[in-house]
Design a protein around this ligand. Structure first.
Ligand code: NQM
Length: 358
């Protein structure tokens, strides 16, 4: 007997792709919900052949959206990373790329009314409690996905969705520099631990014996390198107050090197076991925040942008420019501004038929 179909929308959000659901269409119990989502996405299976997932962490993502009960907030967004090859669904990290599709989804599902040519959607990121205001083009009363913004890592162009973040610094760990230091030595390697919405560890590519312009495949196939990065990550998890991160999808590990395409820095990001084909949104904001202050591990590699210009992070498929302002206050470092431009695309809307329980 075929199980009932589940209302679902598939959207590209930034450089990721995910299944978007109304919370009211999913079981309220997290265990039951996660079991259902594993079957929807086709995990665990390296190819996710029996589900919606695309066999890579960047295409194995879920957004759960609900009207918010909080005044001044339109919708609550819970991000769930469905691990490709393990029966694991994790709510321990945010995702700023999938976030780009939340405003359009909320408008399409009638949770937010169209306000005019553009509609601002104030979103609570339930994974960490942060807030983001997303601005969606809504000419003629409905979401317009088309436009002329190209983002590297996505073919063609689409309509810009500005994302403006609040309360992201330290949202998983309690501080922008959660160890209290700008540089730590972790498993024998210099590192900057930073949390600008995504717990992130910055390493110098040259300290790890690589140039930093390798492809994701080259980095992933270097067993000595990946084992060393993982040792540093486990030490960083403890140092950042995240505990044992062996099964967690963060902190992210960013290898920094001198820019080669006119950006401020070159990056390769382990997320944490596959290497990102570009870089995450909050990952990029966190990395920028951990590179800008003098004294951080790779600050001397940064080619500073002109005054008022965004901070462009080079990555394997191009560049991603973020607006990040970091200030030093009496009680420590603060993230005064965190913003980025993304696009989203509605790909499919209908019902998904989860694989039955085995
Ligand atoms: O850092 C991938 C992505 C992400 C996360 C990851 C993201 C973010 O590109 O905000 O967007 O690091 O797992 O979707």
């Amino acid at each position: 007997m075929t199980a009932a179909g589940l209302p679902c929308m598939l959207l590209r959000g930034g450089t990721s792709k995910g299944a978007y659901f109304l919370a009211s269409d999913l079981p309220a119990d997290p265990g039951e919900r996660d079991d259902l989502l594993l079957r929807v996405m086709g995990s665990p299976d390296p190819r996710q052949i029996d589900g919606l997932g695309g066999g890579h962490p960047l295409t194995s993502k879920v957004a759960v959206v609900a009207p918010s009960e909080e005044s001044g907030v339109d919708v609550d967004y819970l991000f769930l990373q469905v691990v490709v090859d393990q029966a694991v669904v994790s709510d321990r990290q945010n995702c700023g790329n999938i976030l780009a599709g939340v405003g359009p989804f909320a408008i399409e599902r009638g949770l937010v009314s169209v306000a005019g040519e553009t509609t601002s959607v104030r979103i609570r990121l339930r994974n960490t409690g942060s807030i983001c205001t997303a601005t969606v083009a809504t000419p003629g009363g409905s979401v317009d996905y088309d436009g002329d913004l190209a983002i590297d890592g996505v073919p063609g162009t689409a309509g810009a969705i500005p994302l403006d973040f609040e309360e992201v610094a330290g949202s998983s760990t309690g501080g922008l520099f959660p160890t209290g230091n700008l540089v730590d030595t972790l498993a024998g390697t210099r590192a900057t631990c930073v949390d600008g919405g995504m717990p992130t560890v910055i390493l110098r590519a040259d300290d790890l014996g690589v140039t930093g312009d390798e492809s994701p495949e080259e980095l992933e196939s270097d067993a000595t390198l990946t084992a060393r990065v993982e040792r540093i990550r486990l030490a960083a998890g403890r140092a950042m107050g995240l505990g044992d991160v062996a099964d967690a999808t963060m902190p992210k590990m960013v290898l920094a090197s001198a820019p080669v395409q006119g950006g401020a820095i070159a990056t390769r990001s382990f997320i944490p076991h596959r290497v990102h084909t570009s870089i995450g949104v909050l990952g990029a904001i966190s990395a920028a925040a951990g590179l800008i202050p003098e004294g951080t591990v790779a600050h001397d590699l940064v080619s500073p942008p002109g005054s008022g210009d965004p901070f462009a992070l080079e990555h394997p498929t191009g560049r991603f420019a973020v607006e990040v302002v970091v200030d030093q206050a009496e009680d420590g470092w603060t993230l005064t501004r965190a913003a980025a431009l993304r696009t989203a695309r509605k790909i499919f809307e209908g019902a998904v038929f989860p694989r039955p329980r085995t």
